[in-house]
Ligand binder design. Structure first.
Ligand SMILES: C[S@@+](CC[C@H](N)C(=O)[O-])C[C@H]1O[C@@H](n2cnc3c(N)ncnc32)[C@H](O)[C@@H]1O
Length: 220
């Protein structure tokens, strides 16, 4: 769906997604020291806003101006600050690689778009920073509930890890994959609870602070 399509979808007084963070976010970031966080394809801002309540300095980027306006409103209602940017995740230029956390939740794009968005994420990631992706998994099409029904926009952990390898080659720096696989999520429906299958990939960018000449000499 293009930005106009998402704008039309978000053009309601109600939230399309819940105002609460995705269930996988809190446990995945609980061991991290709050710093600067980027939520790429932030939608109505639920994940970025929750991060802000935990002390993170958040930036949300989404190509839907209606989604971004709702994120701004929700942040104000919750009494937190954020920087909200209308931008395309596949082409947006991060001002610097200074985000300690970059999250990418349920951005379901065909392979080339996904690879470009992951490159953007890694370009924004500071040394020692964490990247976290959650998305509807390809297996969900046949064995899970909900999500897009087009295989071309569904992910696998292997494809995301390949995209991360390509991004780190291009951007530089070393990425360590901390987890890559499938996770199950309960989807509540009118007909009862169903199982939804997501891809989750978490990676850490190594801190490659060069050893200074002075340090090197000192250590001889
Ligand atoms: C399923 S929603 C997920 C929103 C949010 N990440 C969340 O978990 O609540 C997908 C979001 O991706 C955004 N999106 C799709 N393609 C995009 C692109 N190329 N650049 C930026 N945002 C995009 C849509 O506007 C929408 O907000």
């Amino acid at each position: 769906m293009d930005a106009d399509g998402w704008n039309a979808r978000y053009d309601t007084t109600e939230l399309v997604w819940s105002g609460e963070p995705n269930l996988f976010l809190p446990p995945e970031v609980e061991d991290l020291q709050p710093g600067r966080a980027l939520d790429l394809a932030c939608g109505e801002g639920r994940n970025a806003i929750w991060l802000a309540t935990q002390g993170w300095d958040v930036t949300g980027v989404d190509f839907s101006s209606v989604g971004i306006a709702k994120a701004e409103r929700l942040a104000a209602e919750r009494g937190v600050q954020g920087t909200w940017i209308v931008g395309d995740a596949t082409t947006w230029e991060p001002p610097a690689a200074d985000f300690d956390l970059v999250v990418l939740f349920y951005l379901q794009l065909p392979a080339a778009g996904r690879r470009a968005a992951i490159r953007t994420a890694i370009r924004a990631l500071a040394p020692d920073g964490t990247f976290l992706l959650v998305a509807h998994d390809l297996l969900n099409l046949t064995e899970g509930h909900g999500g897009p029904q087009d295989a071309a926009v569904l992910t696998t952990a292997e494809a995301v890890v390949d995209d991360l390898a390509a991004a780190s080659l291009e951007v530089g720096g070393e990425l360590v994959i901390e987890r890559a696989g499938r996770v199950d999520r309960v989807a509540r429906t009118d007909d009862g609870d169903r199982n939804a299958i997501d891809t989750m990939v978490r990676a850490h960018r190594m801190d490659v602070t060069p050893v200074s000449i002075l340090d090197a000499e000192d250590s001889v």
